[in-house]
Write a protein that binds this ligand. Sequence first.
Ligand code: NAD
Length: 408
Amino acid sequence: MACRQFDQAADAISLPEAIRDRTKYPRRCLAVALPVKRDDGTVTVFEGYRVQHNLSTGPSKGGIRFHEHVTIGEVAALAMWMSWKCSLVGLPYGGAKGGVIVNPRELSLNELEHLSRRYMQEMINFVGPQIDIPAPDVGTNEQIMGWMMDTYSNHVGHIEPAVVTGKPISLGGSQGRREATGAGVAYLVKSYLTDLGIAIGNATVAIQGFGNVGSETALALAAYGAKVIAISDYTGGIFNAKGIDVPKAVEYLAYARVLKDFHGGEPISNAELLELEATVVIPAALERVITAENAPKLRCRVLAEAANGPTTNEADKVLEGRADLEVIPDVLCNSGGVIVSYFERLQNLQNFYWTRDEVLQKLFAQLDRAKVSVEAQKRKFAFSRRLAALTLGIGRVAEAKQSRGLFP
Ligand code: NAD
């Protein structure tokens, strides 16, 4: 998917052949075996990856995913999207991503800590504040980033908070980082609705995925006055035409761990949720959920891609032909996470910390600038919004590579 998107964008801006493959292919990747002693005394070997896609424009940056369906191809695609995203929103970073094939829910806290520390131990020579800076993604969180930072710091012999972002605040995490991706998604949704002449107070919203990104998006949109009518996680969804009490759902999740049996509405499947009649539909879980099959059936005005790669290439073609539906593409829509990760690293390096208001104000200003540039590119070349965002991101990375020249 990511490669086909790249080819299409490279064609659209007539990217010279000489620079194409250099811009497209990941720069390097590492695959590691991660033996972990289980609580029952047995040893399980997990498989982990880190792919660094682009190193020309700064250290690379990207999350680490703990999920049973992780593959090296998926990690490479996610690393590629990180490159275009960082470039699009003007961050001095390349793109990277990591992953471990594991269902973290099947590990005890102790086993999860061993796995997280072992992963960082294997990555020590591959990552670092000036090389590659991991962050949380699906299945990883602040605590895991804290263990990884501690492992790296023990190795180098001094505290090195800037080696990962998305850390607990007590370890140098940034105010506003936990909610950054969701707050950014909600801010952009509100901004695009304003452009369409729709008051946020009249909007209804359906969100697939209620993890870090989905729940924070729901909270922020509800705080803006939107009515969140459906939410879901891997166990299924909840629908309530009158509006779901989002803070109550977050509270429920904190002790129940899953949304199943939350008494806030009627049960609904993840597939049905995407096809609900709602002003905004937000996939905020995994890739490839909007397909050629369900794309014609979407009944929303705005599809906000909080997840990475939720729309297949085939579905994208269908959506491009639908004048009744606006897509906020992933590389723009969920960029709030990496923008505040950048702020976190800046604060770590200068040892000077900002307030939550300062962080969010700077985040929204950066998102406004990125949105303006995407809309200008879209108008100028009559591109789809995704193509506009990708051509900007890819074009800037290619330009930087060209300016650096080719060594030796
Ligand atoms: P998370 O692990 O916190 O939450 C994932 C959510 O998706 C959970 O509610 C889970 O139950 C649900 N889910 C998993 N499989 C599902 C399925 N098959 N059907 C429906 N729901 C399912 O992860 P997250 O950090 O919220 O990431 C979600 C998405 O956002 C991913 O695509 C990730 O790459 C992207 N993203 C995350 C960040 C970040 O800062 N965490 C930043 C940018 C993009």
